[in-house]
Design a protein. Structure first.
Length: 196
């Protein structure tokens, strides 16, 4: 029996309409098109020439959308080997030159990436979408994600966006960042933080 391939596509920019493969739905849920579109509508031209980091990247559809819209480069961190293989294929189909992929734990890799970019001239946008279908230990992954953002020392991180379950109470402040906007899309929401 052949597995059905799930796909999504780039919404706008120079790779508009380009198909991206999605990992099987049991390992990851793809960021819904409406949510993705809203996120990039908020960013508009602020994405141009920025460094984009997608934590818990899955298929990489958010970071690759950023590249399609002229982000300077994108970093992806993914823990699941099968999702990571899909991510690599997607990067190759868009622009492998601009993609930096890491197979590993976001909580370990993220501080390393941010540290390496401390003196980068470009500003950084960080997209954090913790997998929230692991019922137990679910709150822990959010707490660890909040902690990770609290510990960011970079002065060049301009925006941190969380994709999260709508019922989750988001902190007003995370270290040097404060919440300035939230938008709900059914079960998922986006919360935006900027440096104070």
């Amino acid at each position: 029996m052949k597995h059905e391939k799930y796909t999504t596509q780039i919404i706008a920019g120079k790779y508009k309409g380009r198909k991206l493969e999605l990992p099987s739905l049991d390992t990851t849920r793809s960021s819904k098109a409406r949510l993705k579109e809203s996120f990039f509508n908020v960013l508009q031209f602020d994405i141009i020439d920025k460094i984009f980091i997608e934590a818990f990247a899955g298929s990489g559809s958010i970071g690759l959308e950023a590249i399609s819209r002229d982000a300077a480069r994108a970093y992806f961190v993914e823990l699941s080997k099968s999702s990571y293989n899909v991510l690599i294929r997607n990067c190759k189909s868009i622009d492998a030159q601009k993609c930096q992929t890491m197979l590993g734990d976001t909580f370990v890799q993220m501080p390393i990436i941010l540290n390496s970019l401390k003196n980068a001239s470009q500003e950084i946008i960080l997209y954090v979408d913790p997998p929230f279908d692991y019922r137990d230990g679910m709150t822990e992954i959010y707490d660890k994600s909040f902690e990770m953002v609290k510990n960011i020392e970079n002065d060049n991180v301009m925006l941190v966006c969380f994709e999260h379950m709508s019922e989750l109470e988001m902190p007003q402040e995370l270290g040097k960042f404060e919440l300035f906007k939230s938008k709900k899309f059914g079960k998922s929401s986006l919360s935006y933080y900027q440096a104070k």
